[in-house]
Design a protein around this ligand. Structure first.
Ligand code: SF4
Length: 398
């Protein structure tokens, strides 16, 4: 990797104007749609009771999914918790549920809509709950990137691999171009599969939209070097790369990142080691490469939970992932004598995940109980067909 390709935060503006969260309308993006109707006040002392009553009234007609990064006040009403892919599959396994209320973010609700039957309706309690990472790769930008790869004469050797944390449009692009989706748990298997799709010495992967997961998997799990990776910057002409760089690369990483995991730094790791002697540092692979390289363990949210379940009493852990989950795990394992702290000293919630709060959940459940379908997330048929193809390739991974 050249110095110009050093991993860094993408601070450039996206081509979409930022809308105030929850205000105005931009239904094609991951952010910014007004919530129709009146939300209950956050100070309403009856919110818990109202959520319980509405859920009870809906019975088996509703299935509430809670992503690991959701607030406790919301998680208490989840029928099942998990990462985005597990939740989408859980929803598909409950065909009797007419309404799937997804307490997570927009791309997750899209994936649930793709994987559930046409009769099931997916609801996102606040349409402003988007994902900044997913918004870093738009359909137009990715189509332009493919033109750049075609002009450089490499498109035929490129297999796209897109992280689950991407819009339905990007998943459809991936399906259309012979690629697969991956999660943070199966990224290595997805890359192995991609390199088997052509002549291994010339095949390349276009990894979207999280440069860090792509780089960490290629270098840490597959033995590639940093020089095998280049970063395609959609804000620069030709992605900021020459045709020669594209031809030499094995991994073409999209310049996207998670705003939450991208905040952890090497200093966070060094600080916590100095503060807590003997601490085990466990981080998510969406963290920057230098953080992952300095950590003791690296894995998805499901991996993090299992590692802490298996940890011996008296062990100490610093966790590099979203704060709601870390706090919940710290409280859960404290009685077992496991000391769990957040890796960074500063607060690091996912602000869009936190958009889903009890007032929005109550509003969505009560609306459904009254027969009003609100905030439905529906992917159009053509996009769904190609996105499903990419998701099915992932399901078929060995
Ligand atoms: S934690 Fe990161 S990847 Fe997940 S929803 Fe928030 S911004 Fe997106």
């Amino acid at each position: 990797m050249t110095t110009a390709q050093t991993p860094e935060l993408d601070v450039q503006p996206t081509p979409l104007a930022l809308l105030l969260l929850g205000r105005e309308a931009d239904p094609k993006s991951e952010r910014g749609v007004e919530c129709p109707g009146d939300l209950p006040s956050p100070s309403d002392p009856d919110l818990v009771e109202r959520a319980r009553a509405a859920k009870e009234k809906l019975g088996d007609k509703v299935f509430v999914l809670g992503h690991h990064y959701q607030r406790d006040e919301v998680i208490q009403f989840a029928d099942v918790t998990g990462d985005s892919f597990k939740l989408a599959r859980d929803a598909a396994a409950r065909p009797e549920a007419e309404y799937i209320v997804f307490c997570g973010v927009h791309f997750m609700a899209e994936s649930a809509d793709i994987l559930t039957s046409a009769d099931q309706k997916v609801v996102l309690p606040d349409l402003a709950a988007g994902c900044s990472m997913a918004d870093m790769a738009t359909a137009e930008q990715v189509a332009e990137c493919w033109d750049v790869l075609t002009e450089a004469g490499v498109a035929e050797q490129v297999v796209p691999v897109s992280y689950m944390n991407s819009s339905a449009d990007i998943k459809a692009f991936t399906g259309k171009h012979g690629g697969t989706i991956c999660t943070s748990s199966n990224a290595k298997r997805a890359l192995d599969w991609a390199f088997e799709q052509g002549e291994p010495s010339t095949t390349k992967v276009l990894f979207l939209p999280d440069q860090h997961l792509g780089r960490n998997t290629a270098v840490r799990d597959m033995g590639m070097s940093l020089d095998d990776c280049v970063v395609y910057n959609p804000h620069k002409p030709n992605g900021g790369l020459t045709a020669e760089q594209l031809r030499a690369a094995r991994m073409i990483l999209w310049r996207g990142h998670c705003s939450v995991h991208g905040r952890f730094s090497l200093d966070s790791v060094n600080d916590v080691r100095a503060r807590i002697p003997g601490v085990n540092v466990l981080v998510h692979p969406e963290c920057k490469h230098e953080v992952v390289a300095a950590a003791d363990y690296v894995g998805s949210t499901e991996y993090i939970i299992k590692a802490l379940e298996a940890a011996p009493a008296g062990s100490k852990w610093a966790i590099g992932t979203e704060l709601n989950l870390v706090r919940r795990l710290a409280n859960r394992f404290a009685p077992e004598g496991k000391e769990i702290v957040f890796l960074d000293k500063t607060v690091c919630f996912c602000s869009t995940m936190n958009r889903i709060d009890l007032p929005h959940l109550v509003w969505a459940l009560e609306s459904l109980a009254e027969g009003n379908l609100v905030n439905r997330i529906e992917v159009d048929q053509e996009t769904e067909a190609f996105a499903k193809l990419a998701l099915e390739r992932m399901l078929a991974l060995p």
